[in-house]
Design a protein around this ligand. Structure first.
Ligand code: GDP
Ligand code: MN
Length: 392
């Protein structure tokens, strides 16, 4: 689960990770009020679009201004704009709010983040002296400029490791103590809040050698949200895919994808195999959907409805292994849902496992239109044949 920068900074403050003074505003008047409260000495402010995507600076969503009028103008421009960045996709994202902060005098822009490294099964801190808006290019062209420090999850981040990172970042002596504390606290928030990622880009060194988080990005492990009610309250449903939001209401594992084959599968492994094989046959999945091992009629109907309300879907592919969810139960559920939702799209079904013959009989007697296939290959090939424009 992603959150906004202003929320991430609120979380950082709780963990004594220094961030600039600032507050969120939902319109130009509020933005000016925030700036008046901040009362910076030099009257310089920064107005930043709040969306769940990075690259805002390059997309025109971050403006440094030097007057209250400047704040008003920047807020007017940014709020309501359709902000396009390399992370939003070509349609961009509508901006609903801005973060108004005191502007900082930046000497250097550094990078630091923590993610889980799957290969070593440990948290890893990544850091670079080349932070700022071109970090993707650094990662691609000069990866040696990014250092990594792996952390043993039982003993946690050690002071010597924090020092190693701070030296690698060439933190000036005056800022060293704060930088070390910041790194230790960043690890603390990563672990305690069950984050999938924390990222500070840029971590700045100011002209007077202070070190703090100019930007803040946090992504939480959704599977751990049940123990973080305070964090769940940060959720902004407007920033998420509406179909995914709907699916999460029924505990369905649904992820929207780019293709046009709606997939209804039980089990995450089978769901992934299904996506792979339809790709091999020149089609592409419109979604990942795992209805789970013990899906009820209601869950099946909701899954079906969500899948069908995706307008990009041209063919529906149901691929079920009847284990706990028996094939006859599934067939009943499918028939019921297909009738109720008046499904008109081509439907390909592959079923294996418990009570498969009864399941097939129920489908055959139902009068709904579908094609049934025995093997994954045949089913995938059938799916592709129904598409208006199979992708190469
Ligand atoms: P992102 O592009 O979405 O990652 O947004 P950031 O918060 O990282 O801001 C983008 C860039 O704007 C930063 O890399 C800075 O160069 C610049 N910027 C942001 N805040 C300030 C500020 O207070 N003062 C100055 N001079 N530049 C800033
Ligand atoms: Mn940034």
């Amino acid at each position: 689960m992603k959150i906004h920068e202003y929320q991430a900074k609120e979380l950082f403050r709780k963990y004594n990770i220094p961030v600039p003074d600032g507050q969120v505003a939902f319109n130009a008047d509020e933005a000016v009020q925030v700036a008046q409260i901040l009362k910076t000495k030099d009257n310089r402010y920064v107005v930043k679009a709040q969306i769940h995507a990075g690259g805002r600076g390059k997309g025109g969503g971050v403006k440094v201004v030097d007057s209250l009028d400047g704040v008003r103008e920047a807020a007017k421009q940014i709020i309501g704009m359709q902000l396009i960045t390399h992370q939003t996709g070509p349609e961009g994202k509508k901006v609903k709010s801005v973060l108004v902060e005191e502007a900082s005098s930046i000497a250097r822009e550094l990078y630091i983040s923590i993610v889980l490294d799957r290969a070593t099964a440990r948290p890893v801190i990544m850091a670079s002296q080349d932070g700022g808006m071109d970090i993707e290019e650094v990662a691609e062209k000069t990866p040696e400029r990014i250092i990594k420090e792996f952390i043993h999850p039982v003993i946690g981040l050690q002071a010597y490791q924090a020092r190693k990172i701070a030296y690698a970042l060439d933190i000036p002596q005056e800022g060293m103590k704060d930088a070390l504390k910041l790194i230790m606290n960043l690890y603390k928030v990563f672990m305690e809040a069950d984050c999938a990622m924390v990222e500070i880009n840029p971590l700045v060194v100011t002209t007077d050698n202070r070190v703090f988080a100019l930007d803040a990005k946090v992504d939480f492990d959704s599977n751990a949200l049940f123990r973080h009610a305070d964090i769940v309250s940060y959720r902004d449903l407007d920033e998420e895919d509406p179909l995914e939001v709907e699916a999460s209401r029924y505990n369905l594992n649904y992820i929207k994808l780019e293709g046009n084959v709606g997939c209804l599968v039980n089990g995450a492994g089978l769901a992934m195999a299904t996506m792979d094989i339809i790709k091999q046959y020149g089609a592409a999945p419109a979604n990942f959907l795992d209805v789970g091992g013990s899906a009820t009629d209601e869950a099946l109907e909701n899954a079906f409805r969500i899948l069908l309300s995706d307008e990009t879907v041209e063919v529906v592919f149901i691929n079920i292994f009847g284990g706990i969810l028996r094939c006859d139960k599934l067939a009943e559920g499918v028939v019921k849902a297909a009738r109720k939702l008046e499904m008109r799209l081509p439907l390909v079904i592959r079923m294996k496992g418990t009570n498969v013959d009864q399941g097939k009989q129920i489908l055959a007697d139902s009068g709904i239109q579908y094609a049934v296939e025995e093997t994954l290959e045949a089913a995938a090939s059938k799916v592709a044949s129904f598409l208006k424009q199979p992708v190469a």
